[in-house]
Design a protein. Structure first.
Length: 87
């Protein structure tokens, strides 16, 4: 995860690449939601207790992963300009 975070900043292999943190974290949130939904749909009907335990474990893992991703950005936070993504 640390490498993924660095790869999206000037710390990566190509210093000209920079993807703002909000997009990386937003994508992680999207994936987190999709996996959580799958856990609910697949595990709760089989074993509700297992489903809750899996959701709890997944949420805790995501807290750690998001911290690792955010750490890679350090002081590179980009001020929001509200410019369109495509020019």
């Amino acid at each position: 995860m640390d490498y993924v975070g660095r790869a999206h900043t000037s710390h990566g292999a190509d210093p000209s690449i920079y993807i703002p943190e909000r997009y990386v974290i937003g994508q992680v949130g999207f994936v987190q939601h999709a996996i959580n939904k799958a856990l609910v749909e697949e595990l709760h009907p089989v074993d509700e207790g297992l489903g809750h335990a899996a959701e709890d474990a997944w949420s805790k893992l995501m807290m750690v992963l998001l911290e690792m991703l955010a750490r890679a950005y350090g002081n590179e936070r980009e001020a929001e300009t509200f410019d369109p993504l495509l020019r």
